[in-house]
Design a protein around this ligand. Structure first.
Ligand SMILES: Nc1ncnc2c1ncn2[C@@H]1O[C@H](COP(=O)(O)OP(=O)(O)OP(=O)(O)O)[C@@H](O)[C@H]1O
Length: 729
């Protein structure tokens, strides 16, 4: 109420006043509106706990802190240090707590109470061994899934709380099996860190990296309910401003592009654009000829290299040297050997605008955008070979110069970023001129109706894209921001548009999937190395992903990273986990499945089916009342099985489309289902999932661990032996 009044008061001041008044008013309005949004978001279950402490009045714990008009604390934010015993106190180490009470509320009414007595004198042995708020936890875990992740502030467990409140500095790795709460804990950690280190983090923002868009949609509502808005959720694919990923790499291409060898390859591809001419270049100007020989070019190139600037920014050095040499030649040709410096400068400027000189310079040291560099590299075996790629790698990467825009893949993004580092910025004036030129070409091509119109159009489009119209857009927006014109953008929005943004903290979820090149890109965005990395090396599906945290982190953090392990599975019931644990042995003999906390009494089952028609029938029968069902299918069968199911099961959706999370039945591949959970899971053709990737066993393990209740396996061929624990049905 008070916040709403404050907001209304600020808005009622109207639109007048000085510029400063206006911007102050806008920022107050923004602040109150944000607070109001937070208050609305936490309305549900606002207060969920009470701590009784020896000799003190009780503390009430809630989703955020509240005081009354006299500044008396009514509710303590769950992230505040005094709330910590709510999550950590045990009968053995009670932290001054005599009783912990979990409150279940509906709207503003208390509908249930669950007490843990921590007062040692009043406890039995059995009491001492209990979980933190067992009844409240089990009630939360039994709830039907809605398609969106919920926050767990009321039932955070002690091992999770240690991760959430771990120190901001350095790299923290959270390794844990499926369902151990890695994602939900990472989100609570983001909220905790922003609360505890507000000043440092709100300015630079927190970046959360997830595996795909469906996953980001699945988790995005958790953060506002935790009271946080300064967080940017992103996938690796979205991290190069101006580039939209629409294409998919083959496994071979993704493996090559993800490997750290590409650092060298990209560097050589840039050097390839600084080649010396094989023959001297003769430049005819007016009645005389100037000659640009290899020695001059080599000297110019060495100077540019010594400047230590990236390619596009070093071009001025190269150009200046070449123009100087040409100007001296021209002076000689004009019979004026002893020119003053100033006259030489004039001559140099004249030469700069000569078309023949421009052409020569563009050949020797062209402006190159990252996009153009990669397109040119993939389209030429000669260039790929110069850059150090062998024949098989060239086969994997080869791609003609694309005609339309649909060609960038996720694995290209870290390479574009790498190239951008080595190429540097193109002068904004040059870009603008190039874009204008490209537009003229495009218009000319449109006018021309001759036979090769198509190729001209393609060329012009290419120039448009390659000269980076999008880069110009970004350059201007960025400049505006540096001038301070863009006060309304949030930290997250500013960070998203700026490739070189350095974040205050980065959280990576499903981190096992990232390639070495993606790690390199991320590390550039976090020079302080303040990171939380959560994942499970047993679930790695990507061929460019990792099987060891040390391998990923040692190059960037030396030995200075710490690891916490989560050991309890809150999602998958014991019955289903037994099957998954058999598959885990195939992934790696030393790997250990997490301990499940629930039993459902429903055994997993397997059924032989005749084909897609029967699969669709079974899916129809398995629909969970008010719950959600997923059918996990092999990639190679996704289209066919998706069609069979959506055409006969009402409400079924195939693929990770925008509305997918609301659908009662969803058909997904393992990659698409990663990180998500459902009440019921049907795995179709497990044998094919096992066989279709070198990481097939990990994929099947991921598929089997998505369910909170029911699991069925449907197969046309033989059931893989590893699933023999499933009951025939
Ligand atoms: N302390 C808790 N209280 C209530 N629910 C919890 C708790 N911890 C985890 N959960 C629930 O358990 C489920 C699994 O959590 P989460 O998705 O974060 O696991 P994960 O480790 O990321 O799994 P995966 O590796 O399979 O993606 C979620 O529904 C989450 O809300």
């Amino acid at each position: 109420m008070r916040t709403r009044e404050q907001l209304n008061g600020v808005l009622a001041q109207g639109g007048g006043g000085t510029h400063q008044n206006r911007s102050e008013r806008d920022s107050f309005a923004g602040m109150y509106a944000e607070r109001l949004a937070r208050l609305w978001a936490v309305e549900n279950g606002l207060c969920f706990g009470r701590l009784d402490l020896a000799g003190e009045s009780p503390h009430y714990i809630g989703r955020l802190g509240l005081s009354d008009d006299d500044q008396t604390r009514l509710l303590i934010d769950w992230r505040a240090p005094v709330a910590q015993p709510f999550y950590r106190a045990t009968p053995a180490v009670p932290m001054g707590v005599t009783r912990r009470r979990h409150l279940q509320t509906k709207g503003r009414q208390v509908v249930g109470v669950d007490d843990d007595l921590l007062d040692l004198d009043r406890l039995t042995e059995a009491d001492r061994a209990t979980l933190n708020g067992e009844a409240a936890l089990l009630a939360a875990l039994d709830a039907k899934r809605t398609g969106r992740m919920r926050d767990i502030v009321a039932t955070i467990q002690a091992e999770q709380d240690r991760v959430i409140r771990s120190d901001l500095n350095g790299v923290l790795v959270v390794q844990g099996g499926p369902g151990t709460g890695k994602t939900v804990v990472a989100l609570h950690r983001a909220a905790y860190l922003l609360y505890t280190h507000r000043d440092r983090l709100a300015r630079r923002g927190v970046l959360i990296v997830g595996p795909n868009l469906t996953f980001l949609r699945y988790i995005e509502q958790v953060l506002p309910s935790l009271g946080e808005t300064d967080v940017l959720l992103s996938t690796v694919a979205e991290m190069y401003p101006g580039v939209t990923v629409t294409a998919r790499d083959t496994a071979e291409a993704a493996a090559v592009k993800g490997s750290l060898r590409m650092v060298d390859v990209v560097a050589r591809a840039v050097r390839d654009r600084q080649r010396l001419p094989r023959q001297p270049i003769d430049i005819k100007i007016g009645g005389y000829t100037l000659r640009l020989d290899q020695r001059t070019c080599e000297a110019a190139r060495n100077r540019a290299a010594r400047s230590n600037r990236p390619h596009n920014e070093a071009r001025v050095v190269f150009v200046r040297h070449v123009l100087g040499a040409l100007a001296r030649q021209a002076a000689k040709a004009l019979g004026r050997g002893m020119l003053e410096e100033a006259d030489l400068d004039d001559l140099r400027e004249d030469l700069r605008t000569e078309p023949a000189v421009k052409t020569a310079l563009n050949r020797l040291w062209p402006y190159v955008t990252p996009q153009r560099l990669l397109i040119g590299l993939y389209a030429s075996r000669e260039r790929m070979s110069y850059a150090g790629l062998n024949a098989a790698e060239q086969d994997a990467l080869y791609r003609e110069v694309p005609r339309g825009g649909d060609h960038w893949t996720e694995a290209d993004v870290p390479l574009l970023d790498e190239a951008a580092e080595l190429l540097g910025e193109i002068d904004a004036g040059v870009l603008r001129a190039a874009a204008l030129h490209a537009e003229e070409e495009l218009a000319a091509a449109r006018r021309a109706e001759e036979a090769d119109r198509d190729s001209e159009l393609t060329y012009a489009r290419e120039v448009l894209e390659l000269t980076g119209m999008s880069d110009i857009m970004d350059a201007e927006r960025l400049a505006a921001r540096h001038r301070g014109d863009d006060v309304h953008l949030t930290t997250a929005e500013r960070a998203a548009a700026d490739r070189t943004w350095a974040y205050g903290h980065i959280i990576v979820d499903e981190a096992q999937e990232l390639s070495a090149m993606a790690w390199r890109m991320l590390m550039r965005k976090i020079p302080t190395r303040s990171m939380t990395i959560v994942g499970d090396i047993a679930q790695t599906g990507s061929v460019a992903g990792t099987a060891s945290w040390g391998q990923v982190l040692d190059p960037y953090a030396g030995g200075r990273w710490r690891e916490e392990t989560l050991t309890v599975n809150y999602r998958t019931p014991v019955e289903l986990m037994a099957v998954a644990a058999d598959v885990l042995k195939l992934v790696g003999p030393g790997l250990k499945a997490p301990e499940s906390v629930r039993e459902t009494g429903e055994p997993p089952w397997a059924r032989r089916i005749s084909g897609p028609g029967e699969l669709a029938r079974v899916v129809g029968e398995e629909i969970v009342q008010d719950g959600r069902l997923v059918v996990i299918v092999p990639v190679s069968r996704a289209a066919e099985l998706g069609r069979a199911i959506t055409s006969s099961v009402p409400g079924a959706v195939a693929g990770p489309t925008a509305g997918a999370l609301e659908a009662p039945v969803l058909v997904l591949t393992v990659t698409e289902a990663k990180g998500l959970e459902f009440d019921g899971v049907l795995v179709a053709e497990p044998g094919e999932i096992l066989a279709e990737s070198p990481r097939g066993a990990s994929d099947l393990y991921v598929a089997l661990t998505r369910a909170t209740r029911r699991l069925g396996v449907l197969h046309t061929g033989d059931l893989p032996a590893v699933l023999s624990r499933c009951e025939n049905s």
